[in-house]
Design a protein around this ligand. Structure first.
Ligand SMILES: Cc1cc2nc3c(=O)[nH]c(=O)nc-3n(C[C@H](O)[C@H](O)[C@H](O)COP(=O)(O)O)c2cc1C
Length: 169
């Protein structure tokens, strides 16, 4: 499959089977995140891999009880180790850095035949406490990873005409 076809086939998966994600698949997904670009290559991130069933069900509770979060055999908590660093444009780098890592992981997961969903609907303080994340750091997002239990609906995208312009706004 070409890269664009894989990008096209990625959808947010919100239902997972019990089938485990193999260690080799997980290692490649994490490797994809590790290789993602970050501002000034600071790599101010930590990826906490959660496979323990009890912990996953507590993470699900912190994610407002969303079932699919507890179903996924793997949840990765993408955390920043620097909440202050700003890029030359004056904007914080960590939401972008972590999004880059998550994107790379999601695409590698597609390549592995796995489904993912980026989750930001969670009580951060509760997740931090469950994962013993230090006070000064943040859990930016959760990434659920597993085998899709059904077909997900493809979400529409705006047409190119609406979102691209050339040489001016
Ligand atoms: C920054 C960000 C936060 C998101 N947070 C959630 C979330 O908390 N829960 C969820 O079910 N999906 C979440 N999503 C997934 C989006 O809803 C989804 O990507 C969007 O609706 C497009 O659908 P698609 O991923 O299937 O193409 C998030 C996606 C992004 C990029």
């Amino acid at each position: 499959m070409g890269l664009l076809s894989e990008i096209e086939s990625r959808v947010s998966v919100r239902g997972f089977t019990d089938e485990p994600v193999s260690d080799a698949q997980l290692a490649r997904i994490i490797e994809a995140g590790r290789l993602a670009p970050s501002a000034k290559n600071r790599q101010s991130w930590r990826f906490i891999v959660i496979e323990n069933k009890e912990l996953r069900s507590r993470i699900r509770d912190a994610a407002f009880g969303q079932d699919y979060v507890g179903q996924a055999p793997v949840v990765v908590a993408l955390c920043t180790t620097n909440i202050e660093y700003k890029m030359p444009n004056g904007q914080l780098s960590y939401p972008i850095d972590l999004s880059m890592a998550a994107s790379f992981m999601m695409l590698q997961a597609v390549h592995e035949g796995l489904g993912t969903c980026m989750v930001t609907t969670f009580r951060e303080e509760e997740v931090k406490s469950l994962l013993t994340v230090p006070y000064s750091m943040r859990v930016v997002m959760l990434l659920t990873i597993g085998h899709a239990s059904g077909k997900s609906q493809r979400a529409d995208r705006l047409p190119v005409k609406r979102i691209v312009s050339h040489n001016h706004w």
